[in-house]
Structures are given as structure tokens and as C-alpha cells.
Design a protein around this ligand. Structure first.
Ligand code: ATP
Ligand code: MG
Length: 277
């Protein structure tokens, strides 16, 4: 169980994440929604340790992670998509994924200089890396250098590296943002497959409401850094706060509110994004 208690971060006078207490159980995909600037990415950064909290705690399976480095949290099982700046741009896609697999299996490599063991490990690592690259449809690019990849392939590679870590908790922050429509299904299928493995905890920040509706077991809503709604997807989507604050519809209780309850839910508008989905 991943848990945040009173998690808060202040930037000067601005409280970007404000006293968020929430638990995330294995086998559950929780969608985190809210308008631009609501604090969703900042919440992820506080959980993963990229950012230091002003107050509050993060724990995983009862182990307190607050105060630990981002890499210690990764070892504890928190999987945040790598930022490509952490990669080796001049190594190939396959080499990078193999290094990530190796990092995750570090323990298995403390056997001294046994050449047979090193060779067979190397083969096993390559096989696992190959398998992951097939899952994210990047096999054809395995010998390309990371620096040469187009944007969509870079996003796939981020997910591949996350898979390589075999974490307990998968954190996806708009995993298909900026991808061509034809490429997004690869990532969504992977998330569907992860969901079937009922042991994983999945957190998904997503603006596309059709994706949220399909995948989420639960939705939480952040607004001005605060947790303002939490529950079963259809209830949260129909709740007055979501209807009013994000969809510009009249609050429940106002005349005709029920008329809108079954209206199609558009994606949350994003800054700098045109009308095309
Ligand atoms: N390092 C930082 N220093 C100062 N302010 C920051 C920092 N990181 C985030 N913020 C501010 O915190 C607020 C929350 O930003 P955040 O990126 O978490 O929003 P978000 O919900 O992920 O939005 P989006 O949907 O656009 O990705 C914003 O007002 C942002 O400007
Ligand atoms: Mg964000």
C-alpha cells in the first residue's frame, strides 16, 4: 500500500500540493485528474522524491520513504517513468533498456568474477530487454541511438524503462501526451496488461477522459493542490465539483443540472492545445 499523509509543498507563497492524504492499494488503477496547474505532476514528484516535501509523509508497505532519495525510493519499489535526460543518449535503445534491467537485478550480480555467470546473466538481461522492447513496439528501433528517436518513440522508451524496473507502483504522467494517435494504443495496451496483474499499484495522470473512464478503478481530483474528490469513476465524474469546476456545467441543485449528467465528458482543456484530440 502506497500512502501519503498530509503531503504538502510550498513554492514561496504558493502551496502547489496542500495536505494531501491518500492511500493507493495494489490491484487498483487510480486516475488523477484536475485542471492545468492543479498539482498532479508535483504530487508525483513528491511521492517519487524528485521534490522535497514541506510537510507530510510518503510510505510504501509501511516503510517510511520521506527523507529518502529518489533512487532509494526506486529501490523500494516506486516506479516513476525515467526522464530521458537520465539516459545515455549515444547508447542504443537496447543498451539503455538492458542497463535498466541490470540495475533492477543488481543483487544477482554480486557473484565475483565468474565468467560463465557474467555471460549467462548478460544473455538473460538481453532477453528480458528484448521482450520489453517487443511489448512497447520498439524492437525495430533497438539499434538506434536514443538521441536519434522521434518524440513518440522516446515516450515508448520511457515506459520500457519503467517496465524494466519491475516496480510495485507504476506512476504514469500523461504517458501518451504528444504521441500520434496511432501510437497511443501501444502504451494503453501495456497499461491494460499491467492492470490484469492484480498485484500492481497504478497511478495515472491523464487528461483524456475516455481513457480515464475505461481504465480507472478510482478517480481522485486535485484542484489548487487539494484533494477535492475521491471515489468510484462514474460518481466522481458526475459529482458537482467535477461537473462545475472542470466542465463549466451548473452545479447540482441548480436548474437543469440533471440534464447535463449524461452529456459526453470532454477532455480537460490543456494550455496550448488545439481542438484536435
Ligand atoms: N519547481 C517549482 N517551482 C515553483 N513552482 C512550481 C514548481 N513546480 C510546479 N510549480 C507550480 O505548482 C503548480 C502545480 O503544477 P503541476 O505541474 O504540478 O500541475 P499539473 O496538475 O501537473 O498541471 P498539468 O496538467 O498542466 O500538467 C503550478 O502552479 C506550477 O507553476
Ligand atoms: Mg503535469
Amino acid at each position: 500500500m502506497l500512502e501519503t499523509r498530509g503531503l504538502t509543498v510550498r513554492f514561496g507563497g504558493h502551496v502547489a500540493v496542500n495536505d494531501v492524504s491518500c492511500s493507493f492499494a495494489p490491484g487498483t488503477l487510480t486516475a488523477i485528474v484536475g485542471p492545468n496547474g492543479a498539482g498532479k505532476t508535483t504530487y508525483f514528484n513528491l511521492i517519487s522524491g524528485q521534490l522535497k516535501a514541506t510537510a507530510g509523509t510518503v510510505s510504501l508497505d509501511g516503510q517510511l520513504l520521506s527523507g529518502q532519495s529518489a533512487s532509494a525510493r526506486t529501490r523500494a519499489g516506486l516506479g516513476r517513468a525515467f526522464q530521458l535526460t537520465n539516459l545515455f543518449p549515444n547508447l542504443t535503445v537496447l543498451e539503455n533498456v538492458r542497463l535498466a534491467v541490470q540495475a533492477a537485478r543488481e543483487g544477482a550480480h554480486r557473484r565475483g568474477l565468474n565468467l560463465w555467470s557474467i555471460w549467462s546473466d548478460h544473455r538473460a538481461l538481453t532477453e528480458r530487454a528484448d521482450q520489453i522492447l517487443a511489448e512497447v513496439a520498439l524492437k525495430a528501433k533497438e539499434h538506434a541511438t536514443v538521441a536519434s528517436l522521434p518524440h513518440g518513440d522516446q515516450r515508448k522508451l520511457e515506459v520500457a524503462l519503467l517496465m524494466a524496473l519491475e516496480p510495485k507502483v507504476f506512476m504514469f504522467d500523461e504517458p501518451t501526451a504528444g504521441m500520434h494517435a496511432a501510437e497511443a494504443p501501444v502504451i494503453l495496451n501495456l497499461i491494460r496488461a499491467l492492470k490484469k496483474d492484480r498485484t500492481k499499484t497504478i497511478l495515472l495522470v491523464e487528461h483524456k477522459m475516455d481513457v480515464v473512464r475505461e481504465l480507472a478503478d478510482r478517480i481522485i481530483v486535485l484542484h489548487n493542490g487539494q484533494l477535492v474528490a475521491d471515489g468510484e469513476p462514474s460518481e466522481v465524474i458526475a459529482s458537482p465539483i467535477v461537473q462545475e469546476a472542470y466542465l463549466g456545467l451548473p452545479a447540482a441543485g441548480a436548474e437543469d443540472a440533471s440534464r447535463h449528467a449524461t452529456a459526453p465528458i470532454p477532455a480537460f482543456p490543456r494550455a496550448g492545445e488545439g481542438a484536435t484530440p
